[in-house]
Design a protein around this ligand. Structure first.
Ligand code: GLU
Length: 474
């Protein structure tokens, strides 16, 4: 991607300006509004790790934007570009995201300045465990206070190391597994967490398309089938979003943008094939079955129905917003559209489904994982066979007079829900309800200009209620 030169605000200031807009539509006492908006605490740490006989220093942060509900929740990012402003902005987005989708957590985020590609697995384990130890020492990792999860540059492997480090320091804490989410299933994780953010994005889009008035406002019609989609970033979130949209919804992913270039095919790319090629070749350059564009940012400006930025913040800014041709922007990443760009897109009539809502699937399933860890039992373990028996009896009763229940209905009824069924059902319910609340506010309050401001105003109201009703200590 080309480096961009614009006079944009910092990420945190950009988030806060949207918050100001949302707060202006609510009747909040000034002091409370200020407190809700600001980061409550942030810990910066520099620590040494001995690698190949040499001491290397690493710099990291964990910010708690809000602890109105505990634990505070949010991922840990490993990236060379991490800084305190970014960590605070992401922590704030976690607060609003959790409040919006009724996940009872505060907002937090962590970051470590590192290029993970430069280290081998053993080195990464040492670094991750040492960072985790620094955070554990100060209670920035703890099942009831602060619970990290994967984010850019981290995944299930790092979460397993963090969980194991916590257990080593707190073997007497029976809930130690719940100190971090996004773990491998064999290490206390939950089925469906890896795909959760991407699947949540698709569930959010499906819900949008269930509302013709909204679809029409975006200048679209029908369903996701046949829609032309551009996906920026084929990491965890981008991959699952693109894969599910093309496999389950019949959408055409016409472009995929990556760090080393972009691929374009107006007839639709084979997402699995691209993903396999990317894995084998550490990038998309040289992929034989599509047009390759070296400056992938140019593909953001291609004709499409839905543009899905799924990698990082500020990819759509004042520099390129005016040239976008998408009808709908679906923010799978955190903060991909800057405050300045948002105003330009608004002017152009391009609708945005905002990050605070659309990528909340990850933390929603993290919530399910946390509950699973605290209850020490897999979802469905007690009920599954019981339900199967019950439906078997219903089927037998229905068929007792000689009629036959068609096989496809019988097969669905005979199968009790597995953990993944329950996780997807809970995620779908969460995404559908939250979208309905957003659109309801958007269409009924004429002070509210966009889904983003609607989503934020709902979230702020919930955080404010927690303080109003719970009081402020002492
Ligand atoms: N890092 C993800 C996010 O930004 C997931 C956070 C979590 O599961 O706690 O939403």
């Amino acid at each position: 991607m080309t480096a961009k030169v614009t006079d944009e605000l910092s990420f945190r200031d950009s988030v806060n300006l949207s918050i100001d807009k949302a707060m202006a539509t609510l009747d909040l006492p000034e002091g409370l509004a200020y407190y809700i908006k600001t980061t409550h605490d942030v810990y910066q740490v520099r620590f040494p790790v001995k690698l190949n006989g040499r001491v290397e220093s690493f710099l990291g942060w964990r910010a708690v934007h809000s602890g109105h509900r505990l634990p505070a929740k949010g991922g840990i990012r490993f990236s060379i570009g991490v800084n305190q402003d970014e960590v605070e902005a992401l922590a704030a987005l976690m607060t609003y995201k959790c409040a919006l989708v009724n996940v009872p957590f505060g907002g937090s985020k962590g970051g470590l300045v590192i290029d993970p590609k430069k280290y081998n697995e053993d080195e990464l384990e040492k670094i991750t465990r040492r960072f985790a130890f620094e955070l554990i020492k100060k209670d920035y990792i703890h099942p009831s206070i602060n619970v990290p999860a994967p984010d850019m540059g981290t995944g299930a492997r790092e979460m397993a190391w963090i969980a194991d480090t916590f257990k080593a320091f707190h073997p007497d804490n029976i809930d130690h597994m719940a100190c971090v989410t996004g773990k491998p299933v064999s290490q206390g994780g939950i089925h469906g967490r890896t795909e959760a953010t991407g699947r949540g994005v698709v569930m959010g889009l499906r819900e949008f398309f269930r509302h013709p008035k909204d679809v029409q406002k975006a200048g679209l019609e029908g369903s996701l089938e046949g829609k032309k989609i551009i996906v920026q970033g084929l990491g965890n979130v981008g991959y699952y979003t693109a894969s599910i949209l093309s496999k389950e919804d019949g959408a055409d992913v016409v472009a995929i943008l990556e760090f080393d270039g972009g691929l374009y095919d107006p007839k639709g790319l084979d997402v699995e094939d691209v993903a396999q090629y990317k894995k084998a070749n550490n990038g998309v350059k040289g992929y034989p079955n599509a047009k390759y564009v070296e400056d992938s940012a140019l593909l953001l400006e291609e004709e499409c129905d839905i543009l899905i930025p799924a990698a990082m913040e500020a990819v759509i800014d004042k520099g390129n917003a005016a040239r976008l041709k998408a009808k709908l922007i679906a923010e799978a990443a955190n903060g991909p559209v800057t405050f300045g760009a948002d105003a330009i897109l608004q002017e152009k009539g391009i609708m945005i489904i905002p990050d605070t809502y659309l990528n909340a699937g990850g933390v929603t399933v993290s919530y399910f994982e946390w509950i699973k860890n605290l209850s020490h039992i897999r979802f469905g373990r007690m009920q599954r066979r019981h339900e199967e028996k019950k439906y078997e009896a219903i089927m037998a009763a229905l068929e007792s007079d000689g009629r036959r229940v068609p096989d496809y209905i019988g097969a669905a009824l005979r199968q009790g829900p597995s953990e993944i069924d329950l996780v997807r059902s809970g995620l779908d319910d969460t995404m559908r309800e939250a979208f309905q609340a957003i659109r309801e506010r958007f269409w009924t309050n004429n002070q509210i200009e966009s889904y983003r401001i609607a989503a934020m105003s709902i979230a702020i109201e919930k955080v404010a209620d927690a303080y109003r009703e719970g009081g402020v200590y002492p």
